[in-house]
Design a protein around this ligand. Structure first.
Ligand SMILES: [Zn+2]
Length: 236
């Protein structure tokens, strides 16, 4: 049991007392929240996500921890097992496709799941989860048919071709398109994959919070691609 797990159990104990005392006025004393569960290491957390995705694919979702009491039990703290950076695309909701519940994932969603150049709001969110919540795993998740990557391919040679801030967003994806230009296979699939790889590398090297933890094997950063056709998440 690492420090994180101990903290988790202490927190759970405090919660149980709190809710127990208040039980007569509240809906119920919440069911145990599997307090040891939040002590997962990166490999265990990744296995849970992949197992959940398998359930999702096969139509056997458990839809865990979605009851009002599950939310209530987390009002004093959170212990997510992974950070997922995924596209804002409405067809890629991480909690559903990994079959997890409230408190399980710290999700950062931005079109094209961009990280490089995405600024403090994206990187700061990820760093917060690692530094303050001690999350052991980061998953950068691209997906097939990504509209943001499609736009980058379409407008690779254009300037100011898209309105508003869309152009600036697409610019962040163009390096992945340029690096995969001429490669065998489907240009969109190649660029989606490269865009994820760039994000993973960026996070692995991000100082001062992430890079030292990756080096000390306290943090794992992985990439994956979600296939809209079959629901599968494939690690890169
Ligand atoms: Zn997308």
């Amino acid at each position: 049991m690492n420090d994180r797990g101990k903290a988790s159990r202490r927190e759970f104990g405090a919660l149980a007392v709190t809710f127990g005392l208040a039980g007569s006025r509240m809906i119920a004393t919440p069911a145990p929240q599997e307090p040891g569960r939040r002590s997962l290491d990166a490999d265990e957390a990744l296995r849970e996500l992949l197992d959940g995705n398998q359930r999702f694919r096969s139509g056997n979702r458990l839809t865990p921890r979605g009851r009002p009491e599950d939310f209530l039990a987390l009002t004093h703290g959170q212990f997510p097992e992974a950070v997922v950076i995924s596209c804002a695309d409405s067809r890629v909701p991480p909690e559903i496709l990994f079959d997890v519940g409230v408190g399980d994932l710290f999700v950062v969603r931005v079109a094209g799941n961009v990280i490089g150049g995405a600024g403090a709001s994206v990187k700061g969110s990820i760093e917060y989860a690692v530094a303050e919540l001690h999350v052991p795993l980061i998953l950068v998740l691209g997906h097939s048919g990504c509209g943001a990557v499609k736009s980058a391919i379409k407008h690779i040679d254009d300037r100011d071709s898209l309105p508003g801030a869309i152009n600036g967003l697409v610019e962040l994806i163009k390096p992945a398109v340029a690096m995969t230009k001429g490669m065998p296979g489907d240009p969109l699939e190649n660029a989606v994959r490269k865009n994820v790889e760039i994000g993973v590398e960026r996070l692995q090297e991000l100082k001062p919070i992430l890079a030292p933890r990756v080096k000390d094997h306290k943090l794992r950063v992985v990439g994956g691609v979600y296939d809209l056709l079959n629901g599968a998440v494939t690690l890169i």
